[in-house]
Write a protein that binds this ligand. Structure first.
Ligand code: 3HC
Ligand code: NAI
Length: 693
């Protein structure tokens, strides 16, 4: 049973008991309706209190049910809410904790609301690409006013109940014992008798509703370009000044349209994908994570500094070790500078800056790391340097300390073998800037202990990262795929495109940055070094030489003031470079290629499908456990457009049959050997399957 019914002192108590967050799936909706009927029929019941068990009043509609027959099966949420509203006995919602989306809408259907001051309330539907579909866009403006409701609904922000204390939403706010307060109110209401207040009967009053809505619509249109939901929220909230039933019909129509949209499906995929990423098949609740109280970081360069900041922000003390005093000083100064920049932007107070700096201990001696529970290495990307560091760590780290490497390309198993405790070693691949980027690839070595991985997963959550587990393979998940994408970008130049066209097409598709602008930002020398290594390790894998030619001119990107683009001092804008354009055209000629006009559609297909194909190989090899993990890597670390749900989800929406057909077409063209389709892709395409089934 997902609802519990009992009667205490003439009050029927309906408790939502559908863990983890009392989602309002079909079973729960039925339970509420049955409870209501029972209470109406029971002559001893004078009033009804509805509340939630556990950590929530209700997290809203059961999102997993969307687009399934159960979603529209009666009783739907609007039916349940109407039944609450029309109850002949007074109904009090006792909001014990979180009331979001349909949860808050349910409470808005009650005659009275009592809430815990700290309970989080809001209508976050927009974040899932939909709008409140059970009267929220009509009742919330009636309860808290047009402007405040619009802001909350369009942004999806949750606030504490006490934030809304000045509105009509809550009849009582209490520190503790919400249920007792609700009981008291229920008795008073029953004593007073009908009619009981219904939010639907209240009027939305605003001196200039049309003007406000027009202004809001302009602002929302400017920021919600690829998401249809925010504007629909504005439309529905605007209708709250009309008669209730008309507004409700407008809301309902918009909800039905949005819930079927690809954007909403993509956002829901991301919501569940992010949560699923932290679940690893063989790591259950029986695995006890280790305790992390003190952290060590080796190397105070670009990554070591950013990595340290994550822990400091979470209140964990960090000891940072360098080999050279100057490097240590430089690293510390950079950390302070970053914090002070945050303080200037008003994100941190001066006291918070000092608090964080106080938690940081610089050192040149390994002896200061003997009590660290976790040590993250971020020294030069070189086996020799890593070996020296890990041998030292093995000698000094306390038993049970976790030893992590931030390597971006090296073999974590080989690094683990530098120690006599490979079970304690894993890769923690942060992305640059490490204090900003959400993504953290956790690289599970052949011998990494389950408790070590469980600890890292828990810690990632604590420091606000989205962790995805990867097996050991060069480039892990993200960089391995991006290499194929970069290869295609290079081949496109040889065939007729220019960097600015490729970037424009990629950015129009929705990538935060096209491949060449990204190269200039990250430094083209990094890819150059990788290609040099590949030439030895995998001589049959081909790359366009254009990137090497650009690097040979010293054009490494923004850091050298020139790369694929030209840059001007004090200006981050990328200007198309005549030098690079000539170089590219000349290179095509040298290859004997006749340059052709390449459509933006072809550019996008080749960039995205190269990611998809490599992603399929990664899945096949078990380097990633599930397709959604790959999508989360791309959404949180590589600027893949959120509304497209990640490369694997996007391929599913295009249809794998269509993806495969395009790949086979490209396989007959220039550098067609790069288009060897992954067997998993072929198998799924031929059987009508999907990556994210
Ligand atoms: N439906 C289905 N499952 C849900 C859910 C929902 N509305 N909300 C949370 N869950 C699941 C999560 O997937 C997760 O499942 P898992 O344990 O299997 O991974 C579990 O509940 C716990 O969730 P979190 O890990 O996110 O737990 P937190 O404590 O960090 O956060 C929360 C709890 C604030 C409720 C957060 O889960 C959340 O924001 N949920 C979504 C809320 C939301 O968007 N509600 C609107 C739904 S749409 C709607 O109501 C339509 C209506 O207008 C008609
Ligand atoms: P960096 O060159 O900025 O910093 C490395 C630091 O390590 C330097 O300050 C150096 O003095 C210090 N160091 C070198 N040897 C040392 C030793 N034996 N003991 C103590 N300190 C030592 O390099 P960066 O960019 O921070 O990279 C560090 C690691 O992170 C590398 O493995 C790199 O591949 C990886 N990485 C880098 C990313 C990036 O975008 N820069 C992204 C993800 C991973």
């Amino acid at each position: 049973m997902t609802t519990h019914y009992d009667v205490r002192d003439g009050i029927a108590v309906l408790t939502l008991t559908n863990p983890p967050v009392n989602g309002l799936g079909l079973g729960t909706r039925r339970g509420v309706l049955e409870g209501l009927s029972r209470a109406q029929d029971d002559g001893t019941v004078r009033a009804i209190v509805i509340t939630g068990a556990g950590r929530a009043f209700s997290g809203g509609a059961d999102i997993r049910e969307f687009n399934s027959p159960a979603a529209n099966q009666e009783p739907t949420l609007p039916t349940v809410i109407a039944a609450l509203e029309n109850s002949t006995k007074p109904v009090v919602a006792a909001i014990n904790a979180t009331a979001l989306g349909g949860g808050l809408e349910l409470a808005l259907g009650a005659h009275y609301r009592v809430a815990a001051r700290k309970a989080q309330v809001g209508l976050p539907e927009v974040k899932l690409g939909i709008l409140p579909g059970a009267g929220g866009t009509q009742r919330l403006p009636r309860a808290i006013g047009l402007e405040l409701a619009l802001n909350l609904i369009v942004s999806g922000t949750a606030v504490t109940a006490e934030t809304l204390a000045a509105t009509r939403l809550f009849d009582r706010l209490v520190e503790t014992d919400v249920l007792a307060a609700a009981f008291e109110l229920a008795q008073t209401a029953a004593n007073q008798g009908a009619p009981y207040p219904r939010v639907r009967d209240w009027r939305v009053k605003h001196p200039n509703a049309d003007g406000f809505i027009a202004f809001a619509r302009m602002g929302v249109a400017a920021v919600a370009k690829n998401f249809p939901a925010p504007l629909k929220c504005v439309d529905a909230v605007a209708a709250s000044v009309k008669p209730f039933e008309i507004g409700l019909a407008i809301e309902r129509a918009a909800f039905s349209e949005l819930v079927a949209s690809t954007e909403s499906k993509a956002l829901r995929h991301a919501f569940f994908g992010e949560r699923a990423a932290s679940k690893v098949a063989d790591i259950g609740d029986d695995i006890t994570p280790r305790t992390i109280v003190k952290v060590g970081v080796i190397g105070a360069g670009t990554m070591g500094g950013g990595i340290s900041m994550n822990f400091l922000n979470a209140g964990l003390p960090v000891t940072i070790l360098e080999s050279q005093p100057e490097a240590l000083e430089r690293g510390l100064a950079t950390i302070r500078k970053n914090y002070e920049a945050s303080a200037k932007r008003g994100k941190l107070s001066a006291a918070q800056v000092e608090q964080r700096m106080h938690l940081l201990t610089p050192t040149l001696s390994y002896a200061d790391l003997t009590d660290a529970d976790l040590i993250v290495e971020a020294v030069f990307e070189d086996y020799g340097v890593k070996q020296a560091v890990f041998e030292q760590l093995d000698a000094i780290a306390k038993p049970g300390a976790i030893l992590a490497s931030n390597t971006s390309t090296l073999d974590v198993n080989r690094i683990a073998a530098f120690t006599k405790r490979p079970q304690d070693v894993l890769g923690t691949h942060f992305f640059s800037p490490a204090n900003v980027m959400k993504l953290l690839e956790l690289v599970r070595g052949a011998e990494t202990g389950k408790d070590v991985l469980a600890t890292a997963l828990g810690l990632a959550k604590k420091i606000g990262k989205t962790a995805v587990v990867s097996g050991v393979r060069d480039g892990f998940i993200g960089n391995r795929m991006i290499e194929q994408y970069s290869r295609q970008a290079g081949f496109l130049l040889e065939e007729g495109a220019l960097p600015q066209q490729v970037d424009r097409a990629a950015e129009k598709f929705g990538f935060a940055m096209g491949p060449f602008r990204m190269g200039d930002l990250a430094g083209n020398d990094i890819g150059w070094a990788i290609r040099k290594r590949r030439a030895i390790e995998q001589p049959d894998v081909t790359y366009s030489k254009t990137a090497d030619l650009v690097c040979e001119l010293g054009r490494y990107g923004q850091k050298t003031g020139a790369g694929w683009y030209d840059y001007k001092a004090g200006d981050r804008a990328a200007y198309p470079s005549p030098v690079v354009d000539v170089l590219i055209v000349q290179h095509s000629q040298d290859l004997g290629l006749h340059r052709r006009t390449i459509s933006d559609a072809e550019i996008v297909e080749r960039l995205v499908y190269s990611l998809v194909n490599e992603g399929a190989k990664i899945l096949e090899e078990g380097i990633a456990a599930k397709a959604s993990d790959i999508d989360i890597v791309y959404l949180s670390g590589y600027g893949f457009p959120l509304w497209r749900g990640g490369p694997m989800f996007y391929a599913d929406t295009v249809g794998l049959y269509n993806v495969l057909r395009a790949m086979r077409r490209y396989a007959t063209g220039h550098q067609g050997a790069a288009w060897q389709p992954a067997p998993l892709l072929v198998q799924l395409a031929e059987s009508g399957g999907q990556f994210n089934a």
